[in-house]
Design a protein around this ligand. Structure first.
Ligand code: PEP
Ligand code: CO
Length: 389
């Protein structure tokens, strides 16, 4: 596959892209991308039109959106039973959310493709040995030894097959007569994986890897390849907006990603942590005034990650509740519709965040199982929705 090119004074240069794997030298690098380029797309153009129409009802204010799942999925979870457990929690949370707000809830799993992670540091020290950091099962193994942590492009094919398996299981849970979804979503991070899965459809090219790809906080540079790729496909898409997002940047993202001001096309996923009171009002105001009918979604997880005294990454349920509540108030004050919630939540009773049944940081060791960021357990997620809405 050709990387995305742009014309410059000196000819055609690939667009810069942050957070990409280091695997170009691997003998299977080209072959795996050719295999992906001829693989069946995982989603259909008809499904994407249905998802976009459902999100348009959220943008217009008559429905809500719930997006939830693991920070990083595991290849080991690509089974019918794991998928069923995740769907049960997602639907129970969606039902509670809808009941509290008296609106239908469009559901998305961080599922069937959430296998690649941006990371702050390239290396970490485990038992005194410096190893490349785990970057998701699409890139390397979580096992903390130097060989397992090498980036391996063959994992792109394994990720494709695991995604197909999870999506097949997910389809058995679709109940269009009672709600929309659960649809699939993941961060479209690894360009060597996503680009070969672009397919042409009736209304233009679409990304065949998932229903709802999003751009992460670390890869939303306006002149980089991720924004360019998602601007070029017709899927409904998301883009994270963190505490450093000024109104000008938000407007330029909207202009690139939603040039036609199409309801349901673009979801802005707000993850501002304690900066939300200062940073969000001018962003909502500017986007409203420019007439972009975006879905406003609160991710109250990623701006609230702290290091526990035990050394683990954690989040306090009270901080998460505060951000989600502030989001609702601010968006409504600006005359817009608070479209919903984006959570990292496990299907099991994990002890990764503090609050509710996890009384303090000392309890984190009991069942800390996340491959990446700390997730709420189901009880904590129910408490969050019950308290905020
Ligand atoms: C994530 O959603 O897991 C993530 C990495 O988020 P962000 O890009 O907002 O940091
Ligand atoms: Co995360």
């Amino acid at each position: 596959m050709q990387p995305t090119m742009r014309r410059t004074g000196s000819g055609l240069d690939p667009l810069p892209a942050a957070e990409q794997p280091n695997w170009r030298h691997h003998p299977d690098h080209e072959r795996t991308q050719r295999r992906l380029a001829t693989a069946e797309p995982l989603v259909t153009a008809e499904e994407l039109a249905e998802v976009k129409a459902a999100l348009a009802t959220v943008a217009e204010g008559s429905a809500r959106m719930l997006q939830a799942g693991d920070c990083a999925e595991s290849f080991g979870d690509a089974s019918l039973s794991h998928t069923a457990a995740k769907v049960t929690v997602l639907n129970e949370l969606g039902d509670l959310f809808g009941k509290k707000l008296s609106q239908p809830v469009v559901r998305f799993g961080r599922m069937a493709g959430q296998y690649a992670k941006p990371r702050s540091n390239a290396f970490e020290t485990v038992n005194g040995v410096e190893v490349p950091v785990f970057r998701g099962h699409l890139i390397n193994s979580a096992e903390p030894d130097p060989a397992s942590r090498q980036h391996d492009p063959r994992r792109m094919l394994w990720a494709y097959h695991a995604s197909a398996e999870v999506l097949g299981a997910l389809r058995t849970h679709w109940e269009p007569e009672s709600h929309s979804g659960p649809w699939t979503s993941h961060e479209a991070l690894v360009l060597d994986y996503e680009r070969p899965l672009v397919r042409s459809g009736p209304g233009g090219d679409f990304l065949g890897s998932t229903h709802f790809p999003w751009i992460g906080e670390r890869t939303r540079q306006l002149d980089h390849a991720h924004v360019h790729l998602l601007a070029s496909v017709t899927n409904p898409i998301g883009c994270k907006v963190g505490p450093g997002t000024d109104p000008e940047t938000a407007l330029r993202l909207c202009a690139l990603l939603d040039p036609d001001r199409e309801p349901g096309r673009l979801t802005l996923i707000v993850r501002m942590g304690g900066a939300i009171e200062r940073a969000l009002p001018p962003v909502v105001r500017a986007v409203r005034q420019a007439g972009h009918p975006v879905v406003w979604l609160s991710d109250p997880m990623h701006g609230n990650t702290v290091r526990a005294e035990t050394g683990q990454k954690t989040r306090y349920l009270s901080d998460i509740i505060d951000e989600a509540a502030a989001f609702t108030r601010i968006v409504e004050e600006q005359g817009a519709h608070p479209g919903g919630l984006h959570l990292e939540v496990a299907a099991e009773d994990v002890t990764e965040c503090v609050g509710g049944p996890v009384a303090g940081e000392r309890q984190l060791g009991a069942r800390y199982r996340s491959l990446c960021d700390p997730r709420l357990n189901p009880e904590q997620a129910f408490e969050l929705i019950d308290t905020v809405y």
